[in-house]
Design a protein around this ligand. Structure first.
Ligand SMILES: [Zn+2]
Length: 252
């Protein structure tokens, strides 16, 4: 089953690559079918096998030799791995498919923010509605019953904390990050939203420091924060409870 989920994830990852290419400029996701952006040749089934086609063709278009970004391979692999992890963690359950939708969303947000420095409203808004609508299907979240696992409190915490960061950093982060953080809160609930933000901020800080040391980025150059929020969100989806327990145990 875990291999099946991995392969299913690869297929979804393949489609995510289309979303990542087309959604930012508002192109249709269905038409035209997959083709090479350079020579226009319509791709055949053999050119569209996740991972394998990329390796087999050594990252080039079969027809014109155009270089295909390694991102295509990474998105497929990451989606496959996330689906496998979700199966291992949740098995056959509502959480499995709901979190698989989130995994796709967060991977797409990761790459689109990296490419365009934008977190698209046409992704975050419907995703917030999806998050709130699927709460009754989940055991770990509620609307009003209790503070723990409360989706509204999670969203408010996510929104407020990142809004503070945006105000304090004055331009270091955008309002897209605030909306992304609110989405994380609705999806993760309270207190899991803290795990998502914490992991995102730590990884973002480490990578930013690394880039500064290697002089890849100047101090004033903006590094998109969406990818790190996405990493935090996906970590919290799978290991949120474990991390929260580990972190709070010494204080109990
Ligand atoms: Zn081509």
């Amino acid at each position: 089953m875990i291999i099946l989920l991995f392969i299913l994830g690869l297929e979804f990852g393949s489609f995510l690559n289309v979303v990542i290419d087309r959604l930012p400029d508002g192109r249709s996701l269905m038409k035209p079918p997959s083709h090479c952006d350079n020579c226009g040749t319509r791709l055949k089934i053999v050119d569209l096998i996740p991972l394998i086609s990329y390796l087999w063709l050594r990252g080039r278009c079969r027809y014109c030799g155009l270089h295909i970004p390694i991102r295509v391979f990474c998105v497929e692999l990451a989606t496959g791995i996330m689906f496998a992890f979700l199966w291992a963690r949740y098995g056959l359950s509502n959480e499995l498919w709901i979190f698989a939708v989130y995994a796709c969303l967060f991977i797409a947000i990761f790459v689109i923010d990296l490419n365009t420095q934008l977190i698209l409203n046409k992704m975050t808004y419907p995703a917030c509605i999806f998050a709130l609508a699927t709460v009754p299907l989940r055991d770990d979240l509620n609307y009003f019953d209790s503070v723990t696992g409360n989706t509204f409190i999670g969203g408010v915490v996510g929104f407020t904390l990142l809004l503070l960061v945006v105000v304090v950093s004055r331009g270091g982060m955008g309002f897209g990050d605030v909306k992304m953080s609110a989405l994380m809160g609705f999806a993760l609930g309270y207190p899991n939203i803290f795990v998502g933000l914490f992991v995102g901020i730590i990884t973002g800080g480490l990578v930013a420091t690394g880039l500064l040391i290697m002089k890849r980025k100047g101090r004033k150059q903006a590094i998109p924060f969406g990818p790190f929020l996405a990493i935090g969100a996906m970590t919290a989806l799978i290991w949120g409870d474990a991390i929260w327990d580990w972190y709070t145990t010494p204080f109990n």
